[in-house]
Design a protein around this ligand. Structure first.
Ligand SMILES: Nc1nc2c(ncn2[C@@H]2O[C@@H]3COP(=O)(O)O[C@H]4[C@@H](O)[C@H](n5cnc6c(=O)[nH]c(N)nc65)O[C@@H]4COP(=O)(O)O[C@H]3[C@H]2O)c(=O)[nH]1
Length: 964
């Protein structure tokens, strides 16, 4: 049989196979498999297998053979016992059969049946076919039945037969039991043998083998320190000792190897160190060459550049590597070439040359000054191979020398005084300007301490503070009081800087000083002007605010109170307008002085502008304190002011607001004091009022009225009422005054005093006044067209209408539109309107006059009309204010004024009309004084247009006696 081509172990591979080739070849593949399987088994498994094969198989064979012997033995014995039982029965039954006595045969049968193995007994007689005797126990049958029959002979003659059925169950059971017992014995023996064999195998063979294996693996892992101890004298002990010998040998070899290695390593390290040192030294020199700030280049003996460091390339502006190969002569301008060559030769002769200065040509052909040095370069044998050339750029040094010269010139020629000290404040140097400013020459000051310049009286620690800042920050600037040589003190603006040496220590201090005495004076003046009112020298609005803010801060800290008084002069404008600004200014100065006299030390009076003054009362313990000062102000101002030939009386209105109840900031306080001042004005002027929350309500009301007035204009809610004016002599109606009313949707008819001032203040008066003018023109023409006699309608003009719009054009347009003759329109302007800008009033009034309009001066006597202007105003009428008329003839002053006005009008050839005439006495007084016309409730209240029209049509005021 050929070997399997893919068998695991071919004959050629297996050395053993050659010797066993022929006998085992026929086994072929199964044999190889078995061998391979066996080789994979552990030694323990192999031994178990061997024991089982060597002891188990014989045990099984012996058991089987033994069983067979026993079976035959038991069967033979059983057969003998059967024969014997059959023999006994046949003999025992001879007599009963012969006698045919069943009774005698029966006990014998029963005794046979006693044997457990007998299943049935049958006795047959030859005389009958029926069994002579029979007994059966079928339950006894457990195995196979064996039936044995024997003839019964009597006297040689068969008289019957006996039959016994035997069961072999007992026999089989016994055989099985014995087999089991034997098998168990064999297994027990086998187990004991196996255990003993395995124990011995493990103790004597496997464990030593494992130890050997561990020791061998220790050797492979180079663990040689621990000795292998073997005290056995068998083969394993021999192997162990051999292993221990190998260990020692290896240990020695490795020690030797280690030692050699260490020597080798030290050798290598030493070589490396030498190499590193060599490289470091070479690198150091190379580094020195490359990083040197001086330019270095190497030239050969012919002067050609071999190598140049970056500083050299940078100095000459050459790109990297481009200097190599360049001739020395190329780098030197022609005028220096010979000199440079000489110096190179000197190097070749002497080994070096001293430092010399030449010029070098740069890459861009520019020329720089350098200082040059040369050192001879030799090879290892000491032969000259080239020259080290070391160059230093002198451009910067030369530039800085120039700069130094420049600085020195600047130092000497600058207008600021300069002083230089050392670190101990000892003066080193001063410039010319310093000498001019302080009066010291350098000889008098150098070496002295700067203390000599200090003004100790005014210093106040400023110098020490400046010195501290200087040491901390290295610089300081600010004002310092200084002293000139002659002792004169002055303020200088000083800038100080420290100069530090290379170690960072202060080496010098430089001080620049400018005399700012004049600037300071100017600044103080500017500051004063910025803070104080030029006219009164009182704090102005901005500065007063600062003072109040400061008071708030101080008072808030101490939880105190202070007061703010808002003082406004009543009718100051009139004084100003009528008597001129010079008088007005003098009056304001007088008031300012008066206010200053009325307050306590520490309190402040300020002027907000115009005739508005404010007083800051620094400490107010109760409302009474503020009231007391306000009352004193009223009292002082009540004294007449004598200005030139004028004696003027001003009445102030004072509003008081207190910090904190009336406000915690300036704006609130001033607003509330202002509101209180307005309240004082409304309450009849010349009094003071404390601020109350209602006053703000009043302000809100004003805002409400303003918005309602705008709406009223849009919705045409205004109406004019007309009050008759009659001629005193004839009693005839000559004209009417148009007086505006507001037909308010909720409040009903509202009089002009309740909205005209607001309209004036909020800029609505022009629109409202224009409406009144237009409506008066329209109504007058309507009356004329209705056939009523032509009358003059007088319309009030406000200042805004008069001064800030082209009133003449507007009126001309109305007259033209309604085709009304100008002579039927009279314009009433108040004395104060006229005096606000008297010159322009004169020109406007002459234009209006030329248009043919009539002009009346309203409220005459309340202002300060200049009589010279009165003449030029070209007015037709003077209207005596009803405040004078009210108390005539009872009040002698008012009567005198009224009389004077009438006489003035007459002298100036003007008509005169008195308003507010309510009584017959007033009428008679006015008539007796020669007043031309009157207007008042005595004649009629102002009437709606329709009613006036009806009454005119009914013939009223046609000359009947008024008093009749
Ligand atoms: N106690 C008393 N009063 C008398 C008597 N006779 C007339 N009056 C009132 O005196 C005021 C006269 O007008 P005014 O002095 O020009 O003073 C006017 C005038 O300055 C202004 N005003 C009225 N209508 C206009 C207008 O259309 N335009 C402008 N700018 N102001 C107007 O409103 C002021 C007040 O006007 P009214 O309330 O209508 O008050 C009117 C009139 O009703 C009298 O016998 N006794």
């Amino acid at each position: 049989m050929q070997p399997e081509p893919h068998s695991e172990l071919s004959a050629a591979d297996d050395p053993e196979s050659s010797s066993n080739t022929l006998p085992w070849r026929w086994l072929g593949r199964p044999w190889h498999w078995l061998r391979s399987w066996l080789t994979r088994l552990s030694m323990r498994q192999l031994f178990v297998l061997a024991v089982l094969a060597g002891l188990g198989l014989p045990g099984v064979l012996v058991t089987l053979v033994n069983r067979e012997f026993r079976r035959q033995e038991l069967e033979n014995q059983f057969r003998i016992e059967q024969e014997r039982a059959l023999e006994i029965l046949s003999l025992g039954m001879r007599q009963p059969l012969w006698d045919l006595s069943r009774l005698t045969g029966k006990p014998l049968v029963e005794s046979v049946m006693k044997d457990e193995r007998v299943v049935a007994v049958r006795i047959d007689g030859s005389f009958s076919n029926e069994p002579f005797l029979a007994a059966v126990e079928p339950s006894r049958q457990t195995g196979q039945l064996a039936r044995l029959t024997r003839q019964v002979f009597y006297d040689g003659q068969s008289i019957g037969s006996v039959t016994i059925d035997f069961d072999d169950g007992h026999l089989q059971a016994r055989l099985a039991k014995q087999t089991v017992e034997y098998t168990l014995l064999i297994v027990l023996e086998l187990t004991a043998s196996l255990g003993l064999i395995l124990f011995l195998l493990d103790a004597r063979f496997l464990r030593p083998l494992r130890r050997l294996s561990l020791q061998a693996s220790a050797l492979t892992q180079r663990v040689f320190q621990h000795a292998f101890v073997w005290d056995r004298s068998d083969e394993i002990g021999d192997v162990g000792r051999q292993l221990e010998w190998s260990r020692r040998e290896l240990l020695r070899l490795f020690d030797e190897l280690h030692h050699k290695n260490r020597e080798l390593e030290l050798d290598i390290i030493e070589r490396k160190n030498v190499e590193v040192a060599l490289r470091a030294s070479e690198g150091k020199y190379r580094e020195l060459f490359l990083s040197n700030l001086d330019g270095i280049f190497v030239v050969d003996l012919d002067g050609r550049c071999l190598d140049a460091n970056p500083a050299m390339e940078a100095m000459l502006g050459y790109p990297t590597g481009r200097l190599a190969g360049v001739e020395s002569d190329q780098l030197v301008p022609s005028r220096w070439r010979d000199y440079d060559r000489d110096m190179r030769h000197r190097v070749l002769l002497d080994g070096h040359c001293g430092e010399y200065e030449i010029e070098l040509r740069c890459y861009d052909c520019s020329v720089i000054p350098v200082s040059a040095k040369g050192v001879l370069m030799r090879d290892e044998q000491g032969r000259p191979v080239g020259v080290w050339r070391i160059m230093r750029d002198l451009s910067e040094r030369q530039a800085s020398a120039a700069q130094m010269e420049l600085a020195s010139k600047v130092f000497d020629n600058t207008t600021e005084a300069i002083l230089v000290t050392d670190q101990d404040s000892q003066i080193i140097s001063i410039n010319r300007a310093f000498t001019d400013m302080f009066g010291y020459t350098p000889d008098q000051l150098v070496g002295r301490d700067t203390e000599v310049l200090r003004d100790l009286e005014r210093d106040g620690g400023a110098y020490a503070l400046a010195r501290q800042s200087l040491l901390r920050d290295g610089a300081w600037q600010g004002e310092l009081p200084l002293c000139r040589r002659d002792g004169e003190s002055f303020t200088a603006w000083v800038q100080v800087n420290v100069v530090r040496n290379v170690t960072g220590q202060i080496s010098n201090v430089v001080m620049l000083m400018r005399d700012i005495s004049a600037i300071k004076v100017a600044n103080e003046r500017i500051l004063h002007l910025a803070r104080f009112d030029a006219l009164t020298e009182l704090p102005n609005r901005a500065y007063f605010r600062e003072l109040v803010d400061a008071a708030i801060t101080a008072t808030a800290r101490h939880d105190d109170r202070f007061g703010l008084l808002f003082v406004d002069l009543d009718h100051f404008k009139t004084v100003n307008d009528s008597l001129g600004h010079a008088v007005g200014d003098a009056l304001l100065r007088g008031v300012a002085q008066c206010l200053n006299e009325a307050i306590r030390a520490g309190d402040v009076v300020g002027r907000l502008g115009g005739d508005e003054f404010v007083v800051l009362l620094q400490r107010v313990d109760s409302n009474n304190d503020a009231a007391f000062v306000a009352a004193r102000i009223l009292e002082r101002l009540a004294q007449p002011f004598r200005i030139g030939e004028h004696e003027l009386v001003v009445t102030p209105s004072v509003g008081i607001a207190l910090y904190r109840e009336d406000g915690e900031d300036y704006d609130t306080l001033i607003r509330n004091a202002d509101a209180a001042m307005y309240h004082a004005k409304e309450s009849g002027r010349n009094n003071y009022q404390f601020y109350t929350a209602d006053m703000n309500a009043r302000a809100s009301e004003i805002l409400l009225v303003e918005s309602q007035l705008r709406r009223a204009l849009e919705r045409d809610e205004f109406v004019l009422h007309y009050q008759p004016q009659v001629d005193m002599r004839s009693g005839r109606l000559v004209g009417v005054e148009a007086l505006i009313r507001w037909q308010h949707p909720e409040r009903g008819l509202v009089g002009p005093n309740q909205f005209i001032p607001i309209a004036e203040e909020r800029g609505l008066i022009a629109a409202i006044g224009n409406w009144a003018l237009r409506e008066a023109c329209r109504q007058n023409k309507a009356w004329q067209r209705a056939g009523l006699p032509a009358i003059e309608v007088a319309v009030n003009l406000s200042a805004l209408q008069f001064h800030h719009q082209d009133i003449a054009n507007f009126i001309a347009a109305q007259l033209a539109e309604f085709e009304l003759d100008a002579c039927h329109l009279c314009l009433e302007v108040t004395e104060s309107i006229i005096m606000e800008d008297a010159e322009s009033t004169v020109s406007t009034m002459s234009v209006l006059k030329q248009m043919g309009l009539r002009l009346a001066i309203d409220d005459f006597g309340t202002g300060y009309s200049s009589l010279s202007y009165l003449k030029r105003f070209k007015a037709d009428k003077l209207k005596i204010d009803r405040s004078f008329v009210a108390d005539v003839p009872g009040d002698s002053d008012d009567s005198a004024i009224t009389r004077a006005v009438i006489s003035l009008a007459r002298n100036l050839n003007l008509q005169v009309i008195a308003e507010g005439v309510e009584t017959a006495a007033q009428w008679q007084f006015l008539q007796s004084e020669g007043c031309d016309e009157v207007q008042g409730y005595l004649i009629s209240r102002p009437l709606p247009a329709a009613e006036l029209g009806l009454r005119l049509a009914a013939g009223e005021w046609l000359g009947r006696e008024i008093l009749a």
